[in-house]
Design a protein around this ligand. Structure first.
Ligand code: G3P
Ligand code: CA
Length: 268
């Protein structure tokens, strides 16, 4: 799969495994990206946050309740926020059993562990900075780990990496710190507002229920922060009919918990 798809070319969209292949393995674990890899998917999406002692970890919610056994291990630590635990504490948690006993013992990975596994699998990554308002400076911290794990070299930034966030400020910060890194803004700004996002974003990544063919066409008329056509990766598309609908709009990427369902739908 090509890393960048020019607007106006009717290539199939990239299929991106959301939180890893999260319908089939516990989200945001190494097992979930390994599952995506086994299923033949190059692109994965994941969420990064920060522990009390400054370690970047891959986890979606701002608390650990839903996807770990934190309440059992630390019963007195409500509301179990990621930012209130050290990494040593988080490393004790089981992040797999909630999903299936088959994944008992899966851990919350650090961003470093995560990037090393994505590299090992030769995968490509849409990395979401989650709730950056809770973690001042997380953009710089994230870029530091990406640099140390080899993800800011020319090849990686050109072909393998997108950093996205629902926070326009956070996306702008990433762009300002490392203008070579491809970035995405999560949301569906009014069409008239899109040009201002192109100052710092290469993608507008919107919920699939919020977009139309006209909106996608408008995105493709604009140029992103790197002077290439603005792109759109849409989420979270788990049904064949929805995948065909957005593919018909010409989206550049489809983010899905069920990448096999989307792949089959696009082949039909
Ligand atoms: O990549 C898009 C999607 O991940 C954003 O929503 O809540 O799943 O992180 P969420
Ligand atoms: Ca996400």
């Amino acid at each position: 799969q090509a890393g960048v798809q020019a607007a106006g070319q009717h290539h199939r969209p990239l299929v991106v495994a959301h939180r890893g292949a999260s319908a089939y393995a516990p989200e945001n674990t190494l097992a979930a990206i390994d599952k995506a890899d086994e299923m033949g998917f190059r692109w994965v999406e994941n969420d990064v946050q920060r522990t009390k002692d400054g370690v970047l970890v891959i986890v979606h919610d701002d608390n650990l309740k839903r996807t770990t056994n934190v309440e059992e291990v630390f019963p007195d630590r409500a509301p179990w926020k990621v930012k209130d635990f050290t990494y040593k504490e988080i490393a004790k948690l089981d992040a797999g059993s909630w999903f299936s006993p088959a994944y008992k013992g899966a851990r919350v990975p650090t961003l470093t562990q995560y990037m090393n596994r994505v590299s090992h699998n030769h995968q490509r990554l849409v990395l979401e900075i989650k709730k950056p308002e809770l973690y001042p400076g997380i953009e710089r911290d994230t870029l530091r780990v990406l640099r140390k794990t080899g993800w800011l070299d020319r090849h990686h930034v050109k072909h393998k990496l997108v950093v996205q966030s629902f926070s326009a400020d956070s996306v702008r910060t990433v762009h300002d710190l490392r203008p070579d890194v491809k970035t995405g803004f999560l949301g569906t700004p009014a069409a008239s507002e899109l040009p201002k996002y192109t100052e710092f974003a290469d993608q507008i990544n919107s919920t699939h229920t919020s977009i139309t063919a006209d909106y996608v066409a408008r995105i493709h008329q604009l140029k992103g922060a790197h002077g290439k056509p603005l792109e759109i990766f849409t989420w979270t598309v788990d049904e064949a009919a929805a995948a065909r609908r957005v593919a018909g709009f010409g989206v550049d990427g489809i983010i899905t918990n069920k990448p096999d369902v989307v792949r089959a739908a696009l082949r039909d």
